[in-house]
Structure formats: C-alpha cells, structure tokens
Design a binder for this molecule. Structure first.
Ligand code: DC
Length: 227
C-alpha cells in the first residue's frame, strides 16, 4: 500500500512551513518542502548562468539537480546541500525567492520536478508543503489543507520577521509585494495557486499557530484512525 500524504498548500506567510514541521514531528512522518526544490533550481540556474527564459535548459537542470536534504545533528537544524555545498542559509533569502519564482512559472520545470516530489513519499507517511500539492502532485491525498491568511496579516508577519532579523522594511511596500505576488500566483496558467476541490480551507488571519495545528490534528484523526 502506498504511504499516505497530507497536503498543505497556500500562499507564503500563511504559516504553512511551521504547520508542516509540527505535523511531521508529531506524526513521525517525512516532510517535503517543495518550495525548497524551486529555490534550488533557481540557485542552480543562477550559478551556472543558465538563461531563465530558456525553458528547456532550466528544466534539464531541474531534472538532474544534485541535492541532498540532511537531518541536523543533535540540536542542530537540518541542512540542504546543492552540488555538495551547504546552501541552507542562502536558500531562504529574498534573492533566492525571486529566482525560485522565475523558474516556477516554467511548465517544463514543474514537470521535471513532479517525479522528484513524488519520490519523497515514504512510510509511514509524508507531509507535503507547497502550492500545488493537492491539485497536481498528490491529487489522491486523503487530507488536503489550504491554509491562507489576509494579505495584511501576512505582510505584518513578514514585517516582524524581517525587523527581528535587523532589516529595515516598510509595511506598505511589503503589502504591495504580497498583493502583486498573490495576483501572479493565482492568475498563472500552469498550476495556479488555488485550493483543491476537496481541500479543507483554514484562514489563519486571527488564529495562533497552536490553534491551526489543533484544527489540522482533528482532521488527521478523522481520516487516519491509527494516528
Ligand atoms: O514557499 P517558497 O517561498 O519556498 O516558494 C518559493 C517559490 O516557489 C515561490 O515563488 C512559489 C514557488 N512554488 C511553486 O510554484 N510551487 C510549489 N509547490 C512550491 C513553491
């Protein structure tokens, strides 16, 4: 029997990443951070100076991407390796996010990453974090969650994150960026950001992390009797 997959989709800033980590830890399941794969393809294309408009060349990179996700040693965060180099720090930067968004619009890249993402399915189960996990990558998943939050709330969260890092940021600019990105993501032709028909919709605008987690655990218990 194929191990089960829980899909958590939604825009950035909705709290998906944290929720997925908490779920994977609680259930003892594997985790797929699909955004990291798009980020790694963007980084590899940049490193090898591949023209971002050359769809086939970027897709070829995606198909042969040499990456490893290494669990952290005791008490240390996990590490991501690209072509043997630790890129964990660079992976999460705004610059890398921009590179990722450029490669994510290319259908051939999305196609090249499809099987790679499906290969993450391993017993006892997988928690998949992304934009199209429920709609495209794992359409048969028994639990699909679409987590969202208002653009204003996501801008506030991002503002706080950047402020805490010591970056100088402007809330109005962040909000505008988020609104523009939402429009691009939901209007793009291939794998637009939208909930699967059978997804459970959760708006985290006025919910704490724990509240969202509890809500999803209720859905998990209802669907996976052994959990
Ligand atoms: O979630 P993130 O910020 O790490 O995602 C990076 C980029 O990849 C972002 O532009 C959205 C895109 N992405 C995607 O198109 N499909 C996914 N399943 C995951 C991410």
């Amino acid at each position: 029997m194929t191990p089960p997959v829980i899909c958590i989709d939604g825009p950035s800033g909705s709290g998906k990443g944290t929720l997925c980590q908490m779920l994977a830890l609680k259930l003892g399941w594997h985790l797929l951070d699909s955004g990291a794969l798009y980020r790694l393809v963007g980084m590899a294309a940049d490193k090898h100076q591949v023209d971002f408009t050359d769809e086939q060349a970027v897709a070829a990179l995606a198909a042969d991407l040499d990456v490893a996700f290494l669990p952290g040693q005791a008490g240390e965060p996990s590490r991501v390796m690209l072509e043997g180099v630790d890129v964990s720090g660079e992976l999460r930067t705004e610059t890398t996010g921009l590179l990722a968004s450029k490669v994510a619009v290319l259908p051939a890249v999305r196609q090249a990453l499809l099987q790679r993402q499906r290969d993450f399915v391993q017993a006892p189960g997988l928690v998949a974090d992304g934009r199209d996990m429920g709609t495209v990558v794992f359409p048969d998943s028994p639990l699909k969650v679409f987590l969202t939050a208002s653009a204003e709330e996501r801008a506030r969260r991002r503002y706080k994150q950047l402020k805490d890092k010591g970056d100088s940021v402007n809330l109005a600019t962040l909000l505008k960026e988020i609104q523009d990105r939402d429009r691009r993501d939901s209007e793009r032709e291939h794998s637009p950001l939208k909930p699967a028909d059978d997804a459970v919709l959760i708006d985290s605008s006025s919910l704490g992390v724990e509240q969202v987690f509890e809500r999803v655990l209720t859905e998990v218990s209802a669907r996976f009797s052994a959990s």
